[in-house]
Write a protein that binds this ligand. Structure first.
Ligand code: ADP
Ligand code: MG
Ligand code: ZN
Length: 484
């Protein structure tokens, strides 16, 4: 199959993280709640009801678009996309068609063992979600179908790429990067289990070297990144086999059957004219105040890729460690605040404590960084104690466990547990003297050049100090003592 090239364009719907719906005051928290408990005359299309645009949805949409390097259009138009389906009470969906609020973006996608690729984003537009049909109630088959409008009118952005993706791995990597950015700016929570991120994949093939694009199939119903990858791989094979056996690909909508692991034809693809798009007379054009857009742009947080690069540059972290520490915004924020509060030179220790001890605890308890039960400054002071040599790494682990349980300051816990390392020359020298006196043979061996003999002496000092003597100091003072 290597004489064919795969071409993919993705359309991603992300639910905006607003409290209320796009055109009414109903809550967006209806997932898993009683059916039709988040509805009103507007989102159920009662006669005479009128839509009022949710400013916060526009703001979040703009933020996502700016983070994806898109242009925000001075004016955009809401259009009616007409089709008849029972989950759509108005028999049209309010969407944006030929005048979306945003165009011409890009997202740089990191790829394993290869140079990153820039994927062009064609457009981003605002639209409302439809309701949800239920064909069974629990175990009971229904005679007909029921409809739940909790989701109807929930704000979405649709993010459409140019046909720039060339493999299922690239599609997967693009989706991961997109989710990261959209989540990071707070535009969407992207909880895929709640359907907050959904993807359609447009797939075509062409002989390698051919410029013109092949006819595409659009695959719907892809509810995980893994499904996108599998469906794209399957569809590539199907189209190549079809073309090779003398057939032609027809433009159609297909569904991914994750169980049978095949795509199935659903319907021939509808064209734009089938939807009878026209500007919604109930909604004025959306005007984007350039000052507001500039403010939003200036207020964007540093994005994950840039933050990763800065962490590795300024903190001397490996790309891997930097990646672990910026995997989500809460994690990156906690780490950065801790590193900033730690004494100079100890940020590497903060990184180590975070990516080992803290992440292990979070994973074990199924928690995210927002739920760390002590403030970031405590981690900074703990790292300071380790970096200054007043606490061993084993000691730091014990202190961290107590910090997790009590939320108390590390220095208090160190005091309580008697964990502080003893670095006082006088004290350590006294223990060394005692150890040498009790182990004359080891002392003589060491003096005679048997380096391994030091072990017995170190062990004796540690025992006398109940593990609190600073090992580096102990070693130095033992050598000093036997030379005398
Ligand atoms: P429509 O208006 O029918 O939805 P668009 O031109 O907006 O079509 O494209 C929708 C998606 O399909 C985009 O992500 C685009 O990149 C992708 N696409 C368009 N043509 C092809 C093709 N021949 N092969 C693969 N993807 C394509
Ligand atoms: Mg489309
Ligand atoms: Zn409503």
């Amino acid at each position: 199959m290597k004489e064919y090239e795969l071409v993919v364009g993705l359309e991603v719907h992300a639910q905006l993280a607003t409290r209320t719906k796009l055109f009414c005051a109903c809550g967006t928290d209806g997932f898993g709640q009683a059916p039709n408990s988040r509805i009103c005359p507007v989102c159920t299309a009662q006669p005479g009801s009128l839509p009022v645009l949710n400013r916060r949805a526009v703001e979040l949409g703009f933020q996502a678009a700016l983070a994806l390097d898109c242009e925000i259009k001075g004016s955009s138009i809401f259009a009616r996309k007409n089709y008849f389906y029972p989950d759509l009470p108005k028999a049209y969906q309010i969407s944006q068609y030929d005048r979306p609020f945003s165009e011409n973006g890009r997202l740089t996608v990191a790829l394993k063992d290869r140079a990153p690729r820039v994927i062009r984003i064609k457009r981003i537009h605002l639209e409302e979600d439809a309701g949800k049909l239920l064909h069974e109630l629990g175990a009971a088959e229904l005679d007909g179908s029921l409809v739940d409008f909790n989701r109807a009118g929930v704000p979405l952005i649709e993010i459409v790429t140019e046909p720039d993706l060339r493999s299922s791995e690239e599609a997967y990597a693009y989706l991961s990067a997109l989710k990261e950015v959209v989540q990071f700016v707070g535009a969407s929570r992207c909880d895929m289990e709640k359907g907050e991120l959904r993807c359609d994949a447009n797939v075509s093939v062409r002989p390698i070297g051919q410029e013109a694009l092949g006819t595409r199939a659009e695959i719907k119903n892809l509810n995980s990144f893994k499904n996108v990858k599998d469906a794209v791989d399957h569809e590539f094979r199907r189209q190549v086999e079809l073309v090779e056996s003398g057939g032609t690909v027809v433009q159609e909508t297909r569904l991914w059957d994750a169980e049978a692991r095949v795509t199935r034809s659903l319907r021939s693809k509808e064209d734009a004219h089938d939807y009878r798009y026209f500007p919604d007379p109930d909604l004025p054009p959306l005007a984007a105040d350039p000052n507001w857009v500039a403010e939003l742009k200036a207020a964007l947080p540093e994005l994950p890729a840039a933050r990763r690069a800065r962490f590795s540059r300024t903190l001397g972290l490996s790309a891997y460690d930097a990646g672990v520490l910026t995997a989500d915004r809460a994690r990156a924020d906690f780490f950065e605040t801790a590193a900033r509060s730690a004494p100079a030179g100890s940020s590497k220790v903060v990184a180590n404590l975070f990516s080992t001890e803290i992440l292990a605890r979070l994973n074990a308890e199924g928690k995210s960084a927002e739920q760390i039960p002590f403030p970031p400054g405590h981690l900074g002071s703990l790292a300071g104690l380790v970096a200054a040599g007043s606490l061993s790494s084993k000691g730091a682990k014990d202190v961290l466990i107590r910090m997790w349980e009590t939320g108390r300051e590390p220095k208090d816990i160190v005091g309580d547990l008697g964990l502080a390392q003893v670095r006082d020359d006088e004290k350590v020298r006294a223990w060394v003297k005692e150890a040498v006196a009790a182990n004359p043979k080891a002392a003589a061996d060491l003096k005679g050049g048997k380096a391994a003999a030091i072990g017995a002496l170190v062990g004796a000092v540690m025992k006398l100090s109940r593990g609190q003597a600073d090992p580096g100091l102990v070693n130095a003072l033992i050598r000093e003592a036997v030379q005398e």
